[in-house]
Design a protein around this ligand. Structure first.
Ligand SMILES: *Cc1c(COP(=O)(O)O)cnc(C)c1O
Length: 232
């Protein structure tokens, strides 16, 4: 008999094993990569089951359902990451309830998040989303504009710029290429920022491509399907 909680903890165990193997293969310490469980569309009970199995970091794309889960799981020592598109009228709730935002690609949104971050909370951790594969339809700042935007964001008092995030198009011939490009862009931006930049985060890699992302330096992988099963 299969039971959903046992299935989830088995899948989580398999993902942790694969993540550890990818780190070993890349010659990296296993604790150099944080596993974010992407819980969008999943009920609070699924988050609770993953938390009971030791999962701490969760990623959400849709504000309303995220707020319900954050509230339902209050009291658990969880770290919440916002990873979806951001509309201006949502910034206050995002700044109030999340620990990280990975999908900042405009200065206007960054300014609002900074000014709306509650004063009794530490600065909001930010990753700049970069359109590393260059499709017109995707969100993310163009690579050529990322350094200027990073410079502006690094000065905002309510935010702490941590690094870059990307959702590259799958590239079957050279799966590591977009991840390497993001790593190189981050190194270039860090040099430009000098002492004001302590960029320690590369948010890249999902269920289908996280080993390649880890080989190229990912420090946070964002994994939904491989942990929770297929989305409806
Ligand atoms: C949904 C989503 C993921 C997780 O995708 P899976 O393929 O289910 O692992 C990661 N990052 C972002 C930004 C997402 O929207």
């Amino acid at each position: 008999m299969s039971d959903p909680i046992t299935d989830l903890s088995h899948r989580l165990g398999r993902v942790r094993d694969a993540l550890g193997e990818a780190c070993d293969h890349a010659g990296r310490a296993r604790d150099s990569v944080t596993l974010m469980a992407v819980s969008k569309t999943r009920p609070a009970d699924a988050v609770r089951a993953a938390a009971a199995a030791g999962q701490r970091d969760f990623g959400e794309n849709y504000l309303q359902e995220a707020l319900e889960k954050i509230s339902a799981l209050r009291g658990e020592p969880l770290v919440w990451h916002f990873i979806g598109p951001i509309q201006s009228n949502k910034t206050r709730d995002i700044a109030s309830h999340f620990d990280w935002v990975h999908s900042v690609d405009r200065l206007k949104i960054a300014r609002r998040l900074s000014s709306q971050r509650p004063e009794d909370r530490p600065p909001l951790n930010i990753c700049l989303q970069v359109n590393i594969s260059g499709e017109a339809s995707k969100s993310g700042v163009a690579p050529a504009e990322a350094a200027a935007l990073a410079g502006e964001i690094a000065r905002l008092p309510g935010l702490r710029l941590r690094g870059l995030m990307a959702i590259p198009e799958p590239d079957s011939a050279t799966p590591g290429a977009p991840f390497a490009a993001l790593r190189e862009l981050q190194a270039e931006i860090a040099r430009g920022l000098g002492a004001s930049g302590e960029l320690d985060t590369l948010s890249m890699g999902m269920s289908d491509d996280f080993p390649a992302a880890i080989a190229e330096g990912a420090t946070i992988v964002r994994i939904g399907t491989a942990i929770f099963g297929p989305r409806e």
